[in-house]
Design a protein around this ligand. Structure first.
Ligand code: KMH
Ligand code: ZN
Length: 277
């Protein structure tokens, strides 16, 4: 069985520090979270940055401090967001890519996002992919809806991304595709050959989607960006969410990928550097 890659989406942009005491806001807290999550079984950390008061930021210096803190305390694959927060310009979303993280997300289409619109027009996606190519950053494709895979295939035909790629299905966003095993199976069936995939279920769907991925030999994303509860009424920490998935995987006899094994599965260079696409 292929080792399980667990991504921790530790902070995101939507959860506020008033909602949970466990949100890592500072670079130091992100570094500590990375160390604990690696010990619990994670191999990728998906990074958004906040100011000390919890406000979202795309400040390059803040991302540089986060990168340094994570690398000082872990060997995790560092994956920056390019989704940022609703309302950020494409320039803001792209700015941290100049720090050359190993990976970054690319959401493959516009989607309703609660009462907001998460805008990812083709010009926005092309611009983000150009910046990733410029800095040798490998995209992870975020698929919130079935049409997003069609968009990704169009970008591949335009020569802006390559298949096979690593794909993350984000299911259960209000405005995107529901989190169901049927939808997940449909998306997996539509993937180009050789792609690796993970699933991120939102809110209470996080655990059921993770269990479905384990059964389907996919990979898993957990973390406070997508879900702040361990169980009804009980807040989770990032490392608890990682540890739970790792525990169930080991019950199934599925090995947990180390960061080095995850780099190999994803075609990344060993260590903290990436091959240019
Ligand atoms: N915060 C959302 C608007 C990503 O990180 O690439 C977008 C998001 C996706 O979180
Ligand atoms: Zn994110």
């Amino acid at each position: 069985m292929q080792p399980l890659i667990v991504t921790v989406a530790a902070v995101g942009a939507e959860v506020s520090p008033e909602q949970t005491p466990h949100l890592p806001l500072t670079p130091q807290q992100l570094g500590e979270t990375a160390a604990r999550c690696q010990a619990a079984g994670a191999s990728i950390i998906h990074v958004h940055c906040r100011k000390d008061d919890g406000a979202n930021t795309s400040d390059v210096e803040r991302f540089a401090q986060a990168l340094e803190a994570i690398r000082a305390r872990s060997d995790l694959i560092v994956q920056f967001t390019t989704g940022g927060a609703i309302g950020m310009s494409v320039e803001e979303r792209a700015a941290p890519l100049r720090l050359r993280p190993e990976m970054a997300t690319l959401t493959c289409g516009t989607v309703n996002f609660g009462d907001d619109v998460f805008e990812n027009s083709f010009p926005i996606m092309r611009r983000l992919l150009h910046e990733m190519q410029r800095y040798g950053v490998v995209p992870e494709l975020e698929i919130f809806d079935a049409g997003h895979l069609v968009n990704a295939k169009r970008l591949e035909r335009e020569g802006l991304l390559k298949f096979p790629a690593h794909v993350d299905f984000v299911l259960g966003v209000p405005g995107g595709l529901d989190a169901s095993v049927r939808n997940l199976a449909h998306l997996v069936d539509a993937l180009p050959n050789g792609c690796t995939w993970s699933v991120a279920g939102i809110g209470r769907e996080q655990l059921p989607m993770a269990l479905a991925a384990l059964a389907m030999e996919g990979h898993v994303r957990v973390g406070l960006e997508d879900n702040i509860y361990y169980a009804k009424g009980r807040f989770a920490s990032n490392e608890e969410l990682v540890a739970r998935v790792a525990r169930v995987a080991s019950e199934l006899g599925r090995p947990i990928a180390t960061p080095a094994e995850a780099r190999s599965l994803l075609g990344l260079k060993p260590g903290n550097t990436r091959a240019a696409p």
